[in-house]
Design a binder for this molecule. Structure first.
Ligand code: HEC
Length: 282
């Protein structure tokens, strides 16, 4: 598909977001501001090519498909997802993504975006674990990735603000911190081995983001993002899986509490910094 076609297909969504003060900045503008504020931080500036491609991010096409999937009556119950409550009330999407993970009284659990979406697909639409709509988590055939992109974009530019009022929200964040700093596995790595280094530290071509530098970390946790090398939009849970693989840990199941704890910790670590949604990464 040509760049022009991609840009045109992104237009309706871009227009739909106009009028929303915090979302009126494009993801690349938010990145530019972070770069200016940090005087050219090496993690944020590592790929001028990606920065140039951001206005034509193919993730916008996934979002457009996600919007259709979200609004279409589907599944055995023939219902849309428009009544799904992502924490700010049924159907409220604006700002919901940056306030996750959070505690949900109806399930008695802390849930991240993906596990909450799956919950809605099961309860509202009647899908089950064996249906491809739920089973296929990654890749261009994944409904979940498309819907995630559509919903996440509606928090673009807003500060990460996961609630920490319920004791289980704090417990989940604290468990995530343990996981981040606990060394284990055959390589005796923890997340901090790679994500608590001086700015500019690299592994091969990749500049590593530092969890303590908010301006770096907000870009690091800004998923969904188009991964140029994968030619696909990837999610937060996919990133957790990849980093656990790099540490040679065993794979974990989708929506596991390990996912949710790590995502809870990393979102809290980016608190107050603007989300870049969708992002574009290496
Ligand atoms: C062996 C080093 C290593 C360890 C250990 C590691 N990571 Fe990563 N991580 C990386 C690299 C390298 C990238 C960038 C990947 C790329 O550009 O392809 C990355 C990317 C990320 C990103 C997204 C940033 C981006 O720009 O793509 C996040 C968030 C992240 N890691 C979190 C974690 C967490 C949480 C853990 C522990 C569970 C962890 N990492 C453990 C090396 C590591």
């Amino acid at each position: 598909m040509t760049k022009l076609k991609q840009a045109l297909s992104a237009l309706p969504l871009a227009l739909a977001l106009v009028g929303n003060a915090s979302a009126s900045k494009a993801p690349e503008d938010i990145l530019d501001e972070l770069i200016a504020k940090t005087k050219n931080d090496p993690y944020l500036t590592q790929s001028p090519q990606n920065r140039m491609m951001m206005p034509d991010n193919p993730a916008y096409e996934w979002a457009a498909e996600g919007e259709k999937l979200f609004k279409q009556p589907r599944g055995p119950k023939n219902a849309s997802l428009e009544k799904c409550d992502f924490g700010k009330g049924p159907g409220v999407l604006k700002g919901a993504y940056v306030e996750l993970p959070r505690y949900f009284a109806d399930t008695g659990r802390v849930m991240d975006f993906e596990s909450r979406l799956v919950h809605c697909m099961k309860t509202l639409q009647g899908f089950t674990d064996n249906d491809p709509q739920i089973k296929v988590r990654h890749g261009e055939k994944s409904d979940i990735m498309k819907i995630t992109t559509y919903v996440a974009m509606q928090s673009n530019g807003m500060p990460w603000n996961p609630p920490m009022n319920h004791p289980l929200e704090k417990a989940m964040r604290d468990a995530g911190r343990e996981l981040f700093f606990r060394r284990a596995g055959p390589m005796d790595f923890n997340c901090a081995t790679c994500h608590l280094n001086p700015p500019g530290t690299r592994i091969r071509a990749s500049v590593l983001p530092n969890v303590k530098i908010g301006e770096e970390w907000t870009k690091a946790v800004s998923w969904p993002a188009w991964r140029v090398g994968h030619e696909a939009v990837r999610s937060s849970q996919h990133r957790v899986l990849e980093c656990l693989w790099q540490m040679r840990y065993p794979n974990i199941m989708p929506d596991s509490d390990v996912h949710i704890a790590i995502i809870s910790f990393w979102t809290d670590a980016a608190r107050g910094q603007p989300a870049i949604l969708p992002d574009m990464k290496r």
